[in-house]
Design a protein around this ligand. Structure first.
Ligand code: TNX
Length: 554
């Protein structure tokens, strides 16, 4: 008992320097990390040494903010400093396996040295460095009584995949330019490098297209309805349409620039031929159906009838008409402007869930089928996709689509995003397509993750441990064809940014590790312990996450 009291007293009054060094909890887990006894205590005046390089500005600004806010310390940046606590060194590695995104960190009594072949490598080194500090470093306010120390470590790290994506559906509910930037800030902390923006759907068209002004005058505005799937009624024609929004082309340029400074590519998606009610409500001539001029933007849940299985039956015609030349003129105008706004090599053209029931009834489609020798509705969609391929290529871009475009018979130059499980991705790779794996089974971040009592009820669930099991390279697949993976956040039932964070984290911790870390480094128990430490960081940062991820409810 006495011994216990003594222990308790020493624990309470021991100088911070003798406190046990905290557990190192890096997410995603690095390729190699070795610790040595000892810690480097941050000086009250921190000097960061970095070469004068425009591409390092975001990294040094990030470090300056992170190292000063919670500590209250003074942080300065210079390109030569004899007494630097943190040194950033470019082209100083002799390690070719680091590639373009890898880095090394050494922390010793001399401070922290970060090395990489490129600025992006140093950006990721900075993310890791912050994770080596106590969780309070994330605090939005100054914290006293924290010992700001870095454990002595040697880290060598680089990613498993080059495509580490998150999709943000800004069509079902609109999220502002600032929220998109916030999303980028959140994702890069976990070394994601691709933001897929789902920019148009039945509920709204979100990007200004100068040559098609009605897309945003009409197509961006809906009636505000909240609730679970199917619990609200369709809007009446006269209800005021003030809910929604769109990005101007200046907004888009700002987002793309913001992303670029953080080494994030932005993949724009315009979903076609289906999920197109917002476009059709703006330009009714794009549909095969007479009476489309009465259509108004509305929620997709009130459009597709899934009770017959896949593909769904549309109750309202939300599908472009492949027999109509105006559709290709429309696509050409949209692709022209997208190609100038987004520097990324790919444009995503959707292609998913196209109901064919309106096409089946249409005489123009019959004529097209006879003329082109098309036997099935899939073949009709294939005709549409191949014409789109030519349009996209004419703008100097590569096409990527949801895996339905594989069934429709696109050419090999089109990359496939496999969402209906991994089987279509495996098949696509076999046929010679590049593939991004984003299966519902592991990567659908709109699915419930916890107790349905505390979450919006949705038809499927995806627990944290399942997301952690995701391997983008499934057995038997040609790994060279797999560009990487992506988590998709659909927002039919996500109404604000707090909810976005709640749905993303911690599942996007797991996906980050699936996409970055070596397969043999993955370990669920260890990851789960690290996740809890990152919850502590999120608490400090006042970021939202789903805390009850491991309740054995399902
Ligand atoms: C399927 S994934 C969709 C989306 C929905 C999502 C909801 C895909 C290509 N299509 O339109 O938002 O399910 O889980």
């Amino acid at each position: 008992m006495k011994k216990f009291r003594l222990l308790l007293l020493t624990a309470l009054f021991a100088p911070a320097a003798f406190a046990q060094s905290p557990r190192i909890a890096i997410i995603p887990e690095p390729v190699s990390l070795t610790t040595k006894p000892g810690q480097f205590i941050l000086p009250k005046s921190i000097s960061i040494e970095a070469p004068a390089n425009a591409e390092l500005k975001t990294t040094t600004a990030f470090l300056q903010k992170m190292l000063s806010t919670a500590t209250g310390y003074n942080v300065s940046i210079s390109n030569t400093s004899a007494a630097a606590a943190v040194r950033l060194q470019l082209n100083k590695t002799s390690n070719p396996t680091l590639g373009t995104e890898g880095y090394q960190i050494n922390v010793s009594s001399n401070g922290a040295v970060l090395k990489a072949n490129t600025p992006v490598g140093l950006f990721y080194a900075a993310q890791t460095l912050i994770q080596l500090l106590p969780p309070q470093i994330e605090s939005v306010e100054k914290q006293s009584n924290v010992q700001w120390s870095l454990p002595f470590v040697d880290i060598t790290d680089y990613p498993r995949f080059g495509w580490r994506g998150l999709m943000f559906d800004v069509a079902r509910h609109f999220f502002t330019k600032e929220e998109v930037k916030h999303f980028i800030d959140d994702m890069v902390r976990y070394k994601y490098n691709l933001l897929h923006l789902h920019l148009a759907d039945d509920e709204g068209w979100r990007i200004q297209i100068n040559s098609l002004p009605k897309l945003t005058e009409v197509g961006a505005w809906n009636v505000k309805k909240e609730g679970y799937f199917g619990t609200f009624s369709p809007p009446t024609p006269d209800e005021p349409r003030t809910y929604g929004g769109f990005y101007t082309q200046d907004d888009i340029r700002e987002i793309v620039q913001y992303a670029k400074e953080r080494f994030v590519n932005v993949l724009p998606e315009i979903d076609m031929p289906a999920h197109c009610l917002a476009a059709i409500a703006s330009y009714p001539e794009l549909s095969c159906t007479e009476g489309a001029d009465k259509y108004r933007v509305r929620s997709g849940e009130q459009i597709m009838d899934w009770s017959h299985g896949a593909p769904p039956i549309a109750m309202v015609d939300n599908v472009l008409c492949p027999a109509n030349e105006k559709v290709y003129e429309f696509a050409d105008k949209v692709m022209t402007e997208l190609a100038t706004l987004f520097p990324f090599e790919y444009i995503h053209v959707g292609g998913d869930e196209a109901p064919h029931n309106f096409w089946e009834k249409d005489p123009q489609i019959k004529t097209l089928m006879n003329r082109e020798g098309l036997k099935t509705m899939d073949a009709v969609q294939g005709y549409f996709e191949r014409r789109l391929e030519k349009i996209v290529a004419s703008k100097g871009k590569k096409m990527i689509g949801w895996d339905e475009v594989l069934d429709a018979g696109v050419s090999k130059s089109t990359a496939i995003m496999s969402w209906r499980g991994v089987k279509n991705g495996i098949e696509a790779a076999k046929q010679g397509h590049d593939v991004v794996m984003t299966p519902t089974t592991y990567a659908y971040l709109d699915y419930m993750q916890a107790d349905p009592v505390i979450e919006s009820r949705i038809y499927a669930s995806l627990r944290l441990n399942k997301t952690y099991e995701f391997d983008p390279v499934s057995e038997g697949v040609d790994a060279a064809r797999i560009k990487g993976g992506q988590g998709n956040l659909w927002t039919e039932q996500v109404y604000n940014y707090r909810q976005v964070q709640y749905m993303l984290w911690p599942r996007a911790f797991a996906l980050a590790e699936d996409f970055w870390s070596p397969k043999n480094k993955k370990n669920w128990d260890d990851f789960f312990a690290r996740t809890e430490q990152h919850f502590a960081r999120y608490n400090e940062a006042e970021k939202k996450y789903a805390p009850s991820v491991y309740d054995p409810i399902f």
